[in-house]
Design a protein. Structure first.
Length: 373
C-alpha cells in the first residue's frame, strides 16, 4: 500500500475517534499525523504540482488540490499559493486560468495558474526557476469578485494588458466550453502587449479562436509600436462599447482611466476590495504602534512591535492561527477583537472590541486580546 492510500485509510479510520485523539495528539491534530502518510492531507489546504510549463517568460502550473479544497470556482477568480522558501512560507495570489469544472462533467479536477516573474518578486521568481512536478504547495480557496456572472451577458468587452490577461483566459475558456458556435456571446477582446501577439502561453489559442469563432474578436494593441493603450483607443476600436458589459485587468493607471469612462466596468486590481469597517486613517508609523497580544483562552501573551503583524507574532510564539494569502485579500485570517485596539497597516484603520480584523496585516495598538480563529 503506497503512502497516499495509507494516508486516506488513516484519515477515514480516525475520523470517528477525533475528539479522543485530539487529547492524545495535542498540540498537533490527528490530521497532522495523517499528513505524514499523505502530504496532501493536513491542517492547511495543500496541492501537488502535476505539470510545469515554461513558455515566453511565463510559468504555467497544473495543480491537483488536496481533499480540503473545494473544486468549484467562478471564471476569473484567484487562489493563494504558499511556498516554503528558505524555511518560511511565502504567499502570493494568482488568477486561475483554466475553466471551472462542474460536478459530473468527468474532467480531471485540477487548477492552473500562469505566472510571470516580476522584478524582486520572491514567489514568482521562485516558481519560474524552481517549481517542479510533484512539489507540495499550500493553497487558499478560490476567491475574488472579478468573475463572469451567471447567466453570461450576451455582449462582452474584455480589456487586458500584459499578465492581466490571465483571469480573462479563464473566462474565455469557460465560455468556449459552455457554449456552442450558435450560442456564443458577442465578445470583443482588446489586449495590450509589448509586441504583436498576446503572451506566448495563450497566443496560438486566442489566434485560433479569433479565426474560427465569428462571435469572438481579438484586437492586439502593440504598445511598443503604438504607445500605451488609452481609453480613447478602446472606444474607437469598439464603437458600441456602451452596449457591452466590460471587464478589465491590467496596470492601475489603465484601470483608473477606464473606470472614468466605463462607470460599471468590472476591474481586477489584486488588492482587498471594499472599505474598511473601522475608522480609516493615514498610513501609520510603526514606531507609534505595538503592544501585548493575548490569544483566546490559551493563556499565551506575546509582545509585538508595530512592524510585526498579529499573525507573525502568533507564529513566533507557537500559536497557530488560521490564515491564507497573508496579503489581506482572502479573509481566511479574519478574527474578532475581544479587548483592546488593532490597526490595519494597509490604510491605518483602527478596530476595537467586537470588530473583525485581518491578522495578516494588522498590529496591536497597546494591549490586544483576540479570539482564536
Amino acid at each position: 500500500m503506497n503512502k497516499v492510500r495509507l494516508g486516506k485509510v488513516v484519515a477515514r479510520a480516525t475520523k470517528p475517534l477525533t475528539p479522543a485523539l485530539k487529547k492524545l495528539t495535542t498540540p498537533l491534530t490527528p490530521t497532522d499525523y495523517a499528513g505524514l502518510f499523505d502530504p496532501l492531507r493536513g491542517r492547511e489546504v495543500r496541492g501537488r504540482i502535476m505539470a510545469v510549463s515554461r513558455d515566453g517568460g511565463y510559468t504555467t502550473l497544473t495543480i491537483s488540490p488536496g481533499p480540503g479544497m473545494a473544486g468549484a470556482f467562478h471564471a476569473g477568480q484567484f487562489i493563494g499559493l504558499g511556498l516554503d522558501i528558505d524555511g518560511r512560507w511565502r504567499w502570493r495570489c494568482y488568477s486561475l486560468t483554466n475553466a471551472p469544472v462542474r460536478a459530473g462533467h468527468g474532467r480531471s479536477r485540477t487548477l492552473t495558474v500562469t505566472v510571470k516573474p516580476v522584478p524582486g518578486g520572491e514567489v514568482s521568481g521562485h516558481l519560474a526557476e524552481y517549481a517542479t512536478v510533484g512539489q507540495i504547495i499550500r493553497l487558499t480557496a478560490p476567491g475574488g469578485d472579478f468573475h463572469l456572472p451567471s447567466p453570461v451577458p450576451k455582449r462582452l468587452l474584455f480589456v487586458t494588458a500584459g499578465a492581466g490577461i490571465t483571469p480573462v483566459m479563464s473566462m474565455v475558456r469557460w465560455i468556449r466550453e459552455e457554449h456552442t458556435a450558435d450560442t456564443w456571446p458577442d465578445v470583443v477582446h482588446i489586449h495590450s502587449e509589448r509586441g504583436p501577439r498576446p503572451p506566448e502561453p495563450f497566443a496560438d489559442e486566442l489566434d485560433a479562436l479569433d479565426a474560427q469563432t465569428p462571435s469572438y474578436r481579438l484586437i492586439t494593441w502593440n504598445s511598443s509600436r503604438d504607445g500605451r493603450l488609452r481609453v480613447e483607443n478602446v472606444t474607437a476600436a469598439v464603437p458600441d462599447w456602451e452596449t457591452r458589459e466590460a471587464f478589465a485587468c491590467g496596470p492601475g493607471q489603465l484601470l483608473e482611466t477606464l473606470t472614468e469612462t466605463f462607470p460599471d466596468i468590472h476591474t481586477e486590481t489584486f488588492h482587498a476590495q471594499g472599505a474598511a469597517s473601522g475608522n480609516a486613517g493615514t498610513s501609520p508609523d510603526p514606531a507609534d504602534l505595538g503592544g501585548d497580544i493575548e490569544f483566546g483562552d490559551t493563556g499565551i501573551v506575546t509582545t509585538s512591535t508595530g512592524s510585526t503583524t498579529i499573525l507573525d507574532a502568533a507564529e513566533n510564539c507557537g500559536v497557530s492561527l488560521v490564515h491564507g494569502c497573508r496579503m489581506g485579500i482572502c479573509r481566511t485570517c479574519v478574527t474578532p477583537i475581544t479587548d483592546g485596539t488593532a490597526v490595519d497597516l494597509r490604510d491605518g484603520a483602527t478596530y476595537g472590541p467586537g470588530e473583525q480584523i485581518r491578522t495578516c496585516c494588522s498590529v496591536p495598538s497597546g494591549y490586544l486580546h483576540i479570539a482564536s480563529n
